[in-house]
Ligand binder design. Structure first.
Ligand SMILES: NC(=O)c1ccc[n+]([C@@H]2O[C@H](COP(=O)([O-])OP(=O)(O)OC[C@H]3O[C@@H](n4cnc5c(N)ncnc54)[C@H](O)[C@@H]3O)[C@@H](O)[C@H]2O)c1
Length: 318
C-alpha cells in the first residue's frame, strides 16, 4: 500500500484528510508544528497507532527531509491560513507558507518523492473582474496570504517540470465543517457567545463567498488526486452558489436562537472587512465536475451544518 505524508495533518482540513486516508488503508505520516493544529484532531489515530505523527516545523529543512523519507506522495496542507493576519504580519506568512513549501520541495527532490497535492486557495485570484472565475483567470492576489499561495503554486510548477514531480493544485473556496477554528463562522459564533445582544460584522456584510462542506472538499481532493493523469493540473474546489456574510450572520443567529441582535458593520473602503479582504469571489467548478465530482451541500447548508456542529463541539446549549 502507498505511503503518504500529510503536512498540517493536525489542522482542520488535514485531519479530515487523514481520517479518509487511514480509512482507505494508506500508511499515513503527519508532520505538524501545532501552531494552529491540535493533537486532539488526530487522537484516535495516535492512540491506535494508525499513523506516524512527527511534531516538527517545515521551516526547518531537516524536518522537511525527515518527513518525506520513504513516502510515495505528499499532501501539502501545512500553512498559516489566516488571511487577515497576513496583511498585518507578512513575514510570518512568507516563512510559514513560502519557505516551508520550498523546504518541502527541496526534500522531495533530494529523496525522489514524485507526487504532491497542494492546498492552494481561491485568494490567488484576488478581486476578479468577473465572477465566477475559472482556473485560467489571471492570478492577481490582493492579500499576502493569496500572494504566498500563488508563489507556492509557481514554485511547485517549476519543480514539477524540472524534477518530474506530478502536481495537483487545489484552489479551495471557504472550506467549513467540524474542527474549524478560524474564518467568519468561527469568529461570529465566538462574538455572539461573548455578547449575544450585539454583533460586529467586519465589512458591509454584502461580501459574497462560496462555501464547501469538509466532506465534499475531501471527496473532491481524493477525486482530483486519483483522476489526474497530467504532470501538473489546477482545480477550483468550491460550490456554484454563494451566500453573503450578512446571511451567514443571520443563519448563525437563528441557530443560536438569539433575538434582537444589533448588527454593527465595520466596512473599510469598498465595503470589505479588512486589508486584503475580497468583496466578491465565486468559482467555476466545471473542471472538477468533468472528473465526476459535484458538491452534495449548497453554501448555505454547509454554513448551517458547520455552525451547528461547532456549537456542539464547544458544548454550547441551543
Ligand atoms: N479552510 C479553508 O477555508 C481553506 C481555504 C483555502 C485554502 N486552505 C488551505 O488549506 C490548508 C489547511 O487549512 P486549514 O483550514 O485546515 O487550517 P489549519 O490552521 O487548521 O491547518 C494548518 C495546519 O498546518 C500546521 N502548520 C502551519 N505551519 C506549519 C509549519 N511551518 N510546519 C508544520 N506544520 C505547520 C498548523 O499547525 C495546522 O495544523 C492550508 O494550507 C490553507 O491555507 C484552507
Amino acid at each position: 500500500m502507498m505511503r503518504v505524508l500529510v503536512t498540517g495533518g493536525a489542522g482542520f482540513i488535514g485531519s479530515h484528510l487523514v481520517d479518509r486516508l487511514v480509512h482507505e488503508g494508506y500508511k499515513v505520516r503527519v508532520v505538524d508544528n501545532l501552531s494552529s493544529g491540535r493533537t486532539e484532531n488526530l487522537r484516535r489515530h495516535i492512540d491506535s497507532n494508525a499513523i506516524e505523527f512527527v511534531i516538527g516545523d517545515l521551516k526547518d529543512p531537516y524536518i522537511a527531509l525527515r518527513s518525506v523519507e520513504n513516502v510515495d506522495a505528499v499532501f501539502h496542507f501545512a500553512a498559516n491560513p489566516e488571511v487577515r493576519v497576513s496583511s498585518i504580519d507578512p513575514e510570518t506568512h512568507f516563512n510559514e507558507n513560502i519557505v516551508a513549501t520550498f523546504n518541502l520541495l527541496e526534500a522531495m527532490r533530494k529523496r525522489n518523492v514524485r507526487e504532491i497535492v497542494f492546498a492552494s486557495s481561491s485568494s490567488v485570484y484576488g478581486e476578479p473582474d468577473e465572477i465566477p472565475v475559472d482556473e485560467n483567470a489571471p492570478i492577481k492576489p490582493v492579500s499576502v496570504y493569496g500572494a504566498s499561495k500563488a508563489s507556492c503554486e509557481t514554485l511547485i510548477h517549476a519543480y514539477s517540470k524540472l524534477y518530474k514531480i506530478k502536481a495537483v493544485i487545489l484552489r479551495y473556496a471557504n472550506v467549513v465543517g467540524p474542527r474549524l477554528r478560524h474564518g467568519v463562522i468561527w469568529d461570529l459564533i465566538n462574538k455572539l457567545i461573548r455578547n449575544p445582544r450585539e454583533l460586529e460584522i467586519l465589512g458591509d456584510g454584502r461580501q459574497i463567498r462560496s462555501y464547501i462542506y469538509i466532506d465534499d472538499a475531501i471527496e473532491a481532493t481524493i477525486n482530483a488526486w486519483r483522476k489526474t493523469d497530467a504532470d501538473y493540473e489546477v482545480y477550483n474546489i468550491g460550490n456554484e452558489d454563494w451566500i453573503t456574510v450578512d446571511e451567514v450572520a443571520d443563519e448563525i443567529i437563528k441557530i443560536m436562537r438569539l433575538k434582537d441582535v444589533k448588527k454593527i458593520y465595520k466596512p473599510m473602503l469598498h465595503g470589505v472587512g479588512w486589508l486584503g479582504d475580497v468583496k466578491r469571489i465565486t468559482l467555476k467548478i466545471d473542471k472538477m465536475k468533468r472528473i465526476g465530482f459535484k458538491p452534495s451541500m449548497s453554501s448555505k447548508e454547509a454554513v448551517k451544518t458547520t455552525a451547528r456542529k461547532l456549537l456542539e463541539e464547544i458544548s454550547v446549549k441551543i
